[in-house]
Design a protein around this ligand. Structure first.
Ligand SMILES: O=C(O)c1cccc(C(=O)CC[C@H]2O[C@@H](n3cnc4c(=O)[nH]cnc43)[C@H](O)[C@@H]2O)c1
Length: 243
């Protein structure tokens, strides 16, 4: 990818988008805003477009798809899509304030419940439940920010009990974190043949719900620092590097 790389960063909410924007020089207030169907894009820096894509995999997929399609039809397709924001971390591997890079983006609750347990949608004969980001990209990103790589789960219902956390870990032993958008963004990127990456800053443990204990500020600060380090790495990554 040359220096003119086009990178789409999809967050769930504006606070996460703004945390990413702080990694780029220039005033966010001066950044160009582009209205798309159902979503607004912020041009943060040369080649970098930020999207507050909404909460949950469906809205995130629809928003990312709108941005990817708009870029394609105007002859400026994206080279890379990054799903990012805060997330829940599985303990002790992903402590609060730490960062994780997804080497697998997995829809953890897309399937069917049976008397014998959960069946992923693939075992029902449909679709996919995991997107695998390019290995060279994962390694470069993880090295740049000093973060571990592992599975990041996408859930439509945030985990709120120790029992659910244990169940997810049993089904996904390599899971480091959960969030609610990555798989949707990855579905949209894959439909366009565009590589996808997911990076999460841990704001809370995956487990019993205690919203008051979420360290959102620490996680957003970690996100800003991460994108400061990631920007040159992602801009210079080429898909050709993947081996
Ligand atoms: O209230 C705020 O100031 C605020 C600022 C930034 C983000 C938020 C959110 O609530 C973001 C929701 C978003 O966060 C992800 N998330 C975070 N922890 C978890 C979790 O334990 N399980 C699943 N998802 C989590 C998720 O992607 C949400 O969309 C608030």
């Amino acid at each position: 990818m040359a220096t003119s790389a086009r990178i789409l960063v999809a967050t769930a909410v504006p606070a996460e988008r703004d945390a990413v924007a702080r990694a780029f020089p220039g005033s966010a207030a001066e950044a160009e805003q582009v209205r798309l169907p159902g979503v607004c894009l912020t041009r943060a820096a040369r080649g970098w477009d930020l999207l507050d894509a909404g909460v949950g995999p469906a809205l995130a997929a629809a928003s990312a798809s709108a941005a990817l399609t708009a870029a394609r039809v105007t002859g400026t397709p994206y080279d890379l899509v990054v799903s990012t924001g805060i997330g829940g971390g599985f303990q002790p591997e992903a402590p609060i304030g730490s960062l994780v890079v997804a080497d697998g983006i997995t829809a953890a609750d897309l399937g069917a419940e049976t008397a014998d347990g959960f069946l992923p949608v693939t075992e029902l004969g449909f679709g996919t439940v995991t997107h695998i980001p390019p290995g060279s990209l994962v390694r470069a990103a993880a090295r740049a920010i000093g973060a571990p790589a592992g599975t990041v789960l996408t859930v439509s219902t945030a985990t709120g009990t120790a029992a659910r956390a244990a169940e997810l870990r049993a089904r996904h032993p390599r899971a480091l974190a959960e969030a609610m958008e990555g798989f949707g963004v990855a579905e949209a990127a894959t439909a366009h043949g565009t590589p996808v990456l997911e990076i999460r800053a841990v704001s809370n443990p995956v487990g019993p719900r205690d919203r008051g204990a979420w360290r959102i500020g620490d996680a957003l600060t970690a996100l800003t620092e991460a994108f400061g380090k990631l920007a040159p790495v992602l801009e210079s990554w080429t898909q050709h590097d993947d081996r």
